[in-house]
Structure formats: structure tokens, C-alpha cells
Design a protein around this ligand. Structure first.
Ligand code: ADP
Ligand code: TRP
Length: 328
């Protein structure tokens, strides 16, 4: 039986944070050996919000280092940059010609981003079409993403069906989404969704005093130290739940409820749990910094493999759409 194609992307639009880790990267790493996995840096998508070439290049490089440090193995999956596969934008145009404007107008992510102050550019508006092309160009079966990406995956399924219907054949595979079940939305310092655009993040590779200061900024209510507290409404506890074992989480939950356990204590426990989870990746990331050329080597090889696959899907599409000429 053929292996399932697993595909996901992440925008190199800033420093990666715990929302990206639990909502996306952690499961990318877990899934890398369960199928034919493709993971990419969505640098075309990042252009919708970032117009600084040097910064985009640096972020792209940093996200590769983050992935490698966290355990992504480029021998088990294909890691590449979106812009190294031009077939993606080619397919995006074709899909755009089958996309009703009204479908884009329903996009919640567009409205969200505009309300956060991003410029309402066409790239942002048609973002889901490019994302659909990302997914469909590899005949992906499974797309592991966070809850907030649900609608975009639904649009990709919709566009695959529209294409197949219009051209009367099974040219594009209709993918499934795989939403991380245990994590819906990771809260940020202010309790809203943790997001680069809200400046409320805890970066994955923050450590030492900088991490302590960051954790110190998590908003809590003003219940005095000695009084019992409700863990279920506390932002610190929401993060503790992501890092702790069931036993640790139960223990800390009991401490909240029994009183005499302050938010400062909770934050200290959170830092300990984060240090445990990330101590190895932090060391590994420092080692990787001593290997110049490694990231580029990985992206070159990943790009080559991804292009090969994308080209095999694009061939029949050019044929059926009439874009390629028949040799007489
Ligand atoms: P940001 O909102 O910080 O710009 P992205 O939109 O680039 O993050 O998200 C990259 C991936 O990380 C997506 O798959 C998304 O679902 C996941 N993700 C981002 N923030 C969170 C969060 N707070 N909780 C859960 N998953 C998240
Ligand atoms: N939109 C995704 C995000 O903001 C990134 C992304 C682009 C993606 N293309 C994709 C995710 C294809 C999954 C599949 O995180």
C-alpha cells in the first residue's frame, strides 16, 4: 500500500512560539515517520504581512533551525521552501479561476488579519487559494494543522472537488484535515490566542531570565496567595497542562484549589516544565549554529524532491486544462 502523503506549512513571519509548537510543529515531528511527509516554509504566504527581504530570509533560516533542533529529521521527511516549487503558484492561478469571490469573502482568517491592522492586500484575500495549491500539488492525504486553519483546509477540499468536477476526472486528491485534538488554541500572555501579531507570545527558544520575565507577564487575576484558585480559568495553568504529565497536572490543580499556592508559584512550575521540555532542543540548536551551510543544503535537497513530486501532479493538469500543447 502507498504511504499517506502528509503535508503542512508554517509561515516564517516571525519568531516561533508555543502556539506554533503545540498547534503545529510538535505533531509535524511526531508524524514525520508515519507517511511520506512534506513540510515547508510558507515564504510566499509570509509576504502578505512581511515586506522586508533580509528579515524574511533570516526568519526562514531560523525556522529551519528550530525544526531541526526540535527533532525534525530531513532524512525522514522533505523540508523545503515554498518558493522553491514554482508549480505551486502555477496551480494557485488555475484554482483561482475556479474560485468564486464569495468563497474568499467568507474567509474568517482574512477578516481577522484585517481587524488586527494588516493591510487588506489581494495576497491576503486570496491566501486560501495559494494554501489550497500547497496542499493539492503533492496529492496530500493528511494536513496536520491547528484549529485556526480548519476553514483553509475546507477550502482546499472544496477547490479540489471543483477542479475534478470541472475537468471530469480525479486529478486532485481531496485531503483530510488533522486538527490536534488535545490542543485547541494555546493562550498567549493576555489570554487571547497566542500569535505573533498580538505580541503576546512565549518564544520556543527563550530561556533563562528572559524566559522568566516573559512568563512573569502572563496575566492572572488578583486572588490573594492564600485563597483557593480555579485552575480552569487561569492562563498559567492552561500552559502547564500542555507541558506536564497527567500526574503533575493533577498535583498542580490540587494545589490551586487548596489555597496557599500563588500565581508566582504556578509560574515557577511552568518555567521548570518548559526547561525540561526544551533543554535538549536548546543545546541542539546552539550546536547547529556551528554548522554553516547545513540549512541551505537541506533546503536545496528538499526543494528538489518537492519539485519532482509537484511536477508529476502538474503534468496531467496542464494537459487537461489545455495549457500544454500536444506534439503532432
Ligand atoms: P501566528 O498566529 O503566530 O502568526 P501562524 O498563523 O503562522 O501563527 O501559525 C502557524 C501554525 O501554528 C498554524 O498551523 C497554526 O494553527 C498554529 N498556531 C499558531 N498559533 C496557535 C495557537 N495560539 N494555538 C494553537 N495553534 C496555533
Ligand atoms: N496558513 C498556514 C499558517 O498560517 C501556513 C500554511 C500555508 C499551510 N500553506 C499551508 C499550512 C498548507 C498547512 C498546509 O500557519
Amino acid at each position: 500500500m502507498n504511504k499517506k502523503v502528509i503535508l503542512s506549512g508554517i509561515q516564517p513571519s516571525g519568531t516561533l512560539h508555543l502556539g506554533n509548537y503545540f498547534g503545529a510543529m510538535k505533531q509535524h515531528i511526531t508524524l514525520q515517520r508515519e507517511g511520506e511527509a512534506y513540510y515547508f516554509l510558507a515564504n510566499y504566504h509570509a509576504l502578505t504581512s512581511l515586506q522586508d527581504g533580509e528579515l524574511l530570509r533570516k526568519n526562514t533560516h531560523d525556522v529551519v533551525l528550530d525544526y531541526l533542533a526540535l527533532g525534525l529529521d530531513p532524512d525522514s521527511c522533505t523540508l523545503f521552501a515554498q518558493s522553491d516549487v514554482p508549480q505551486t503558484t502555477e496551480l494557485a492561478w488555475i484554482l483561482g479561476c475556479l474560485t468564486p469571490v464569495s468563497l474568499m469573502e467568507k474567509g474568517v482568517s482574512y477578516k481577522d488579519k484585517i481587524s488586527q491592522g494588516l493591510s487588506p492586500n489581494i495576497g491576503l484575500f486570496t491566501y486560501p487559494i495559494l494554501q489550497a495549491a500547497d496542499i493539492l500539488i503533492y496529492h496530500s492525504d493528511l494536513v496536520p494543522v491547528g484549529e485556526d486553519q480548519k476553514q483553509n483546509i475546507e477550502i482546499a477540499r472544496d477547490l479540489a472537488n471543483k477542479f475534478n468536477y470541472a475537468y471530469k476526472g480525479e486529478f486532485l486528491n481531496v485531503p483530510e484535515e488533522r486538527i490536534v485534538e488535545s490542543v485547541s488554541i494555546v493562550p498567549g500572555l493576555d489570554g487571547r490566542k497566542m500569535s505573533k501579531s498580538y505580541q503576546n507570545t512565549i518564544p520556543i527558544f527563550e530561556e533563562g531570565n528572559a524566559l522568566k520575565t516573559r512568563i512573569g507577564l502572563i496575566q492572572t487575576d488578583s486572588t490573594p496567595l492564600e485563597e483557593p484558585k480555579n485552575p480552569d480559568t487561569c492562563n498559567v495553568f492552561a500552559l502547564i497542562k500542555l507541558f506536564g504529565t497527567q500526574e503533575e497536572v493533577n498535583e498542580i490543580s490540587d494545589l490551586y484549589r487548596s489555597g496557599g499556592f500563588g500565581y508566582g508559584h504556578a509560574k515557577h512550575r511552568l518555567k521548570e516544565l518548559m526547561d525540561r521540555e526544551f533543554s535538549e532542543p536548546r543545546e541542539k540548536r546552539k550546536e547547529l549554529l556551528d554548522r554553516p551551510g547545513l540549512v541551505e543544503e537541506i533546503l536545496q535537497e528538499g526543494g528538489r524532491k518537492a519539485r519532482e513530486k509537484a511536477e508529476s501532479v502538474m503534468g496531467p493538469i496542464r494537459e487537461v486544462t489545455g495549457l500544454s500543447r500536444r506534439s503532432e
